[in-house]
Design a protein around this ligand. Sequence first.
Ligand SMILES: [Zn+2]
Length: 116
Amino acid sequence: MLLNLIRRLFGRLWTRKPYPLRTVLADKIPDDIDPGSIYLLGTTGRPWAAAFACPCGCRELIELNLLPEGNPSWRAAVHKDGTASLHPSVWRTIGCQSHFWILRGRIVRVGDLTDD
Ligand SMILES: [Zn+2]
């Protein structure tokens, strides 16, 4: 299946990515986002949103609410090495339907590539 093949190729690309996402603290999402960065919007101690390009390659902008009052909401942690983690996982219900974790700036895909 072509779709399966595409998924496999993306899966390989993702796992090969050698560098973690760069954590960028910003007031707002830049017009031209860097696909190698994850943007945390707001103050250092309490960002209210995270934004990044979808790592599958579709490059759709993903924006996640980090305020606990919101629903759904995610928690972002910035580690001593400057990388960021998000909890829980990100599952796009539109577009490419990617499902992944961001752990210490690295994309970890959820699910087995062989099931379709
Ligand atoms: Zn995508």
